[in-house]
Design a protein. Structure first.
Lengths: 257, 180, 359
């Protein structure tokens, strides 16, 4: 049965957003990126911002985000996406400008750009995929790698003496006067996906209302890097990641401003 | 006519601003000018100097090996620039800042007790304008009217009431400069 | 300030005023001596209240150049300025912009290195500017001003060339040109392009999919080697076109010259004084001043080699441009280099002595 035949029979129960094109994604099966891409696409469409969105992709697994979501994209150097976004938004204030970054990009090499863009109250949103590992380069330690977690560059497990502590950059962001909305979400269940979508929508709305900078962290899995099945990875995330990276809003000043 | 001048002294003596007024006055007379400071931390307490060139023709190098006129306001500047005055050139020095006066015989040496005069007049801040007056007396590189016009151009409006005091200082300098 | 007003200002200030006047949309920078007056002048002028130009002090030069990268992606006229150590930090972003073929202006008011070096003038970033300072096969269009007037004039010229070829352009000045004051006639005011004009003139830019056009993607990434080679070849063809069309230089007293000095920027100013002195002593010497350092006036230097007995490359560095001169001269006449290092500027007399002893 072709897609057209199904649509003709009025049997559509689910439709992907138009902005999410038909290019097969390079992400591993079970990866959270695909879900978040869909949410971002849906929110842009629902806000009617298709023709006014400028997105910035990172270096990391999401480097090719521009292949899948049909908006204008700038591909940044590693860690620099918030700098590109800052200038873009200031030069085009009525555009929806967001970055899409992973933990290595945002919380390690791009820490300065992240902190300062957020603290300058740039009217942008940062979507932050935290899977506690460098996915694209083959599973090395990230700033967010949990203690005890094994990666290619901490094969015996992360330990404080050797590697220091995992970085809670979202908590840091919440302390900055420039941030409006800072939240930590996940996409491992239908309920979580719905909450994450609302969070992205709120962040995008605030950025368009000029209320300051917004950070939406999505605690994610990397089943390839973690060397687990998608199902196990989700379970491991719930048991270990959520314990350190608590889900929920850390800051929301948008409603009162 | 090309006049190549070095003005040198301590930071805070108004060396750079004196040069700027001179260059600006030259500009207002339609001349070509360059103002090249020795910039950097030297400005703060150490020695400061600026090369000013005023010319009827386009100026080539803003940086020079020798000068027509050296205005030196402290001992280290005198030691540095006395040998660099062209034969037949001029040194103007402030008697207050210099214990061992210039010795060359092949140049004209002028002394101006500008610091003393500024103190007497209770106009310490116009010290550099007194020195400039001295220069204009012996070497009318630019006209005094152009200097006053330059002051009007470069001083913020809120300081324009000080222009008569500056004029007074320039005239004082013209009066007290003396050849040795 | 009225159009065409003659005024006295520093080279750095002239850059700032010229940027506002030529319709620049955004400046992103970070303080460093000896160029901080660029950002200071812009902050003082508040162009965001007049032309609408954005001025932003970034957290680092790394961030500045990536702000420029982002702004350039959207078709806006954007620029940054810095001095040598800061420009070293920017090399990553400059390479990305060259790879993504983006127009932008970078101003380097050079100081002496290596490392933190000195804050005094130098020309020791010639290699970095002209040979592709970052990774990959690329070139910037490099303009070398020798006066405050050229600091002002080259801002618009650099933007024009950058947009004509979709390539970053650099104004390579030095601390002397940045810090000295000279007479300058500021360029007339040119309005910033409207968003509609930008969308029309830069159909490649990430302005949002206005009118429902297909998405624009600005990237320097292409993992398929065959495709990446094609992209590289296209960029190289563009460079050949720039080399053919955009060489700029000045000749000074070369008609009867037996010797030539080749010098750029403030070294060329010193050279002119040295030539005055040398000619008064009966030495027939002239100057070729490259205005574009890349593309380098190779053909002109080659012609010069057929005419003079020797060429002196006067640079405020240990000998960088001299390599390009030697490539052009192909051994036909002796080519010597003279330069001072560490922030010391050669004085006109010592250049004359070098001329006398070199050939």
């Amino acid at each position: 049965m072709t897609r057209e035949e199904i649509i003709e029979k009025g049997q559509v129960v689910y439709k992907k957003p138009v902005l999410l094109n038909d290019t097969p994604m390079h992400y591993c099966p079970g990866c959270s990126h695909g879900v978040v891409h869909k949410l971002v696409s849906e929110v842009i469409e629902e806000m009617g911002m298709t023709d006014k969105t400028i997105a910035i992709s990172p270096v990391g697994c999401a480097v090719f985000a521009y292949k899948y979501i049909d908006v204008d994209w700038q591909e940044a150097a590693h860690g620099r996406a918030p700098a590109l976004a800052s200038a873009t938004k200031r030069l085009w204030p009525d555009r929806l400008v967001f970055t899409y970054q992973g933990d290595g990009d945002l919380a390690c090499i791009g820490t300065a750009e992240t902190i300062h863009a957020l603290n300058r109250a740039e009217n942008i949103t940062i979507i932050f995929i935290n899977n506690a590992i460098y996915g694209m380069t083959g599973g090395q330690m990230a700033p967010t790698t949990l203690l005890g977690m094994k990666t290619a560059t901490c094969p015996y497990g992360r330990e404080v003496k050797l590697h220091g502590y995992p970085l809670k950059i979202t908590e840091i962001a919440a302390t900055l006067d420039g941030t409006c909305y800072v939240t930590r979400q996940a996409v491992h269940t239908v309920a979580a996906i719905n909450r994450a979508k609302k969070a992205i929508r709120k962040a995008f709305e605030y950025s368009m209302q000029g209320k300051g900078s917004n950070l939406v962290e999505i605690v994610s899995t990397c089943n390839s890097g973690w060397k687990m099945s998608p199902e196990k990875a989700n379970k491991w995330m719930e048991e270990n990641m959520f314990e350190f990276y608590h889900l929920g809003d850390l800051k929301d000043t948008g409603a009162v401003k | 006519m090309t006049e190549e001048i070095i003005i040198a002294g301590f930071g805070g003596q108004g060396v750079l601003s004196m040069g700027k007024i001179l260059a600006y006055a030259g500009l207002m007379e339609g001349k070509e000018v360059t103002w090249m400071p020795a910039y950097g931390p030297e400005q703060r307490g150490g020695t400061a100097n600026v090369t000013v060139i005023v010319s009827d023709a386009p100026v080539s190098s803003p940086i020079l090996s020798s000068y027509d006129t050296a205005i030196v306001l402290n001992q280290p500047s005198l030691e540095k620039f006395e040998p660099k005055v062209k034969p037949g050139g001029v040194i103007i020095y402030d008697g207050y800042g210099i214990n061992e006066p210039p010795t060359r015989k092949d140049i004209d040496i002028y002394r101006i007790d500008a610091m003393d005069a500024a103190a007497e007049m209770n106009l310490i801040k116009t010290f550099n304008m007194i020195v400039l007056g001295g220069l204009l007396k012996i070497h009318p590189v630019v006209g005094i009217e152009s200097v006053l016009a330059a002051l009007r151009k470069t001083l913020p409006e809120r300081h324009h009431h000080l222009i008569p005091k500056n004029e007074e200082a320039i005239r004082k300098g013209m009066e007290i400069i003396r050849k040795l | 300030m009225a159009d065409q007003e003659i005024t006295l200002m520093k080279g750095n200030e002239a850059i700032a005023h010229a940027a506002i006047r030529c319709g620049c949309d955004g400046y992103f920078g970070y303080p460093i001596t000896p160029q901080s007056e660029v950002l200071e002048t812009l902050a003082e002028q508040k162009p965001w209240e007049t032309t609408g130009m954005v001025v932003l002090q970034a957290e680092s030069e790394v961030s500045s150049i990536n702000m420029v990268y982002g702004g350039a992606c959207t078709g806006k006229k954007v620029m940054t300025s810095s001095s040598s150590p800061g420009v070293s930090l920017m090399q990553e972003g400059i390479s990305y912009m060259a790879g993504a073929e983006l127009p932008a202006l970078i101003v380097n008011v050079m100081r002496g290195g290596p490392g933190l070096g000195t804050i005094q003038p130098s020309q020791s970033d010639y290699f970095q500017a002209c040979k592709g300072g970052g990774h990959g096969d690329y070139h910037l269009i490099v303009l070398a001003p020798a006066s405050v007037q050229e600091m002002a004039d080259f801002v618009d010229l650099a933007f024009t060339l950058a947009f004509r070829y979709r390539n970053p352009a650099m104004i390579l000045a030095d601390g002397a040109i940045g810090q000295m004051m000279e007479k300058v006639v500021l360029p007339p005011f040119k309005p910033r392009r409207t968003e509609e004009e930008i969308i029309r003139e830069c159909p490649w830019a990430t302005t949002g999919r206005i009118g429902g056009r297909k998405p624009n993607i600005i990237t320097s990434l292409e993992l398929r080697s065959e495709e990446m080679e094609v992209i590289n070849l296209r960029i190289q063809a563009k460079y050949r076109e720039i080399e053919a069309k955009e060489v700029r230089y000045e000749e000074f007293m070369l008609d009867d010259a037996e010797y030539a000095i080749v010098a750029f920027g403030s070294a060329a100013r010193i050279a002119k004084k040295s030539i005055e002195i040398a000619r008064s002593q009966g030495i027939k010497v002239g100057l070729l001043r490259p205005i574009t350092l890349w593309p380098f006036p190779t053909e002109e230097v080659k012609r010069l080699a057929g005419k003079v007995k020797g060429i002196l490359s006067l640079e405020i560095n240990a000998g960088q441009m001299v390599e390009d001169i030697r490539l052009a001269v192909e051994g036909k006449v002796p080519v010597r280099h003279f330069g001072r290092l560490g922030g010391i500027i050669p004085d006109p007399d010592e250049v004359v002595e070098v001329l006398k002893s070199s050939f």
